[in-house]
Design a protein around this ligand. Structure first.
Ligand code: TXD
Length: 319
């Protein structure tokens, strides 16, 4: 069986963590791509030197050439600039849209059969642009946000109930950050849905609401602590879980930014929904029933994604 090839476009904070996790798990050989000369090569060499210690035979290399990603099975995109203080939403969108267009051209030319996971913010617009510009089928281009948001939600719930994180299941829909739609009804501890846990007196609605709010602001909490840069260990771990489900055809059910074609009554945009990820990519979008409050929050989230897409089209009419 030929070795799998994982291309990481962007060798910054998340890119380096992705490469480390992919090589530790021996998911395949790793190509780190970045426009900054030396950084992908240096990180690849450093990580390769960890191989003898961890026992990993993953081969790693760094490059500034898209040709080096030829035939990649998985491409994970973190290329972009993080939002600087004073940078407007449209400024960030404009800069990262330009970068994403170049990345999409590289993927379309050299890795047209890859499963592509977008991480770059603003996530819901960047994953849409990546798919549209690269021309890859929608089921093989997804965005990573929901796995990270549910992980944050699960951690805070596990701390609240003083139980293992393994016994907490969480469910989020919709966009990343403020547009996240957490589903209290479908989240559970030890199989007990949260509303039942509240009824049993294990916690209160107020405490759960505070946990939802902290989850929604999870990225900002880390940015304010780090001062320079944003979260990268958990985002990388989340994207690797998605990549692994594809590479090993595990058919995990994971919340991802996936292309909707009339599921949830939405057509033509990416939104955070539960999907089955297998060897073909997104193999199915699971449509759960939303109550009135969840439906309203989901529709608000989709509306803000559509707003981002309209802004992207104004910035680059070729979209
Ligand atoms: O859940 C989520 N989706 C979010 C996403 C979670 C955390 C971070 N979120 C976003 O991911 C963040 O706002 C950024 O847009 C990306 C990547 O975050 P990271 O922390 O890795 O940013 P870095 O360290 O600045 O790395 C970005 C790299 C950097 O090395 C640049 O040189 C490179 O991107 N870069 C490029 N690579 C290739 N091609 C081009 N044109 C390019 N421009 C910059």
């Amino acid at each position: 069986m030929s070795r799998k090839k994982i291309a990481l476009i962007g060798a910054g904070n998340i890119g380096g963590a992705l490469a480390h996790l992919a090589s530790l798990k021996e998911l395949g050989d790793v190509v780190l791509f970045d426009i900054v000369a030396g950084v992908p090569q240096g990180k690849a060499l450093d990580l390769a030197q960890a191989g003898p210690i961890s026992g990993s035979d993953s081969r790693l290399c760094g490059t500034q050439e898209y040709s080096a990603i030829e035939g990649a099975d998985v491409v994970i995109v973190t290329a972009g600039v993080p939002r600087q203080p004073g940078m407007s939403r449209d400024d960030l969108l404009s800069v990262n849209l330009g970068i994403t267009s170049k990345v999409a051209d590289g993927i379309g030319q050299y890795a047209p059969n890859a499963f592509v996971i977008c991480i770059t913010n603003p996530l819901d617009a960047m994953v849409w642009a990546l798919q549209k510009r690269s021309g890859l089928p929608t089921h093989r281009v997804v965005g990573m946000a929901g796995v990270l948001d549910t992980a944050r939600f699960r951690l805070f719930l596990a701390e609240e109930f003083k139980v293992s994180v393994q016994d907490v299941a969480a469910f989020v829909l919709g966009g990343h950050g403020d547009d996240m739609v957490p589903s209290i009804r479908y989240s559970s501890v030890a199989g007990v849905p949260l509303p039942e846990a509240i009824r049993l007196g294990w916690t209160t609605k107020e405490r759960i609401d505070a946990i939802v709010d902290r989850t929604r602001k999870g990225g900002g909490e880390i940015v304010s602590l780090l001062k320079t840069g944003s979260a990268f260990y958990a985002p990388a771990t989340a994207a690797i879980e998605m990549a692994e489900s594809h590479l090993k055809d595990k058919r995990r059910v994971l919340p991802c930014a996936a292309y909707l074609s009339n599921q949830y009554g939405v057509d033509g945009v990416y939104a955070g929904v539960p999907v089955v990820i297998g060897e073909k990519g997104v193999e199915r979008v699971l449509e759960i029933e939303l109550d009135a409050e969840e439906r309203a929050m989901f529709e608000k989230s989709v509306a803000s994604v559509r707003g981002l897409i309209e802004a992207a089209k104004r910035i680059d009419p070729s979209y």
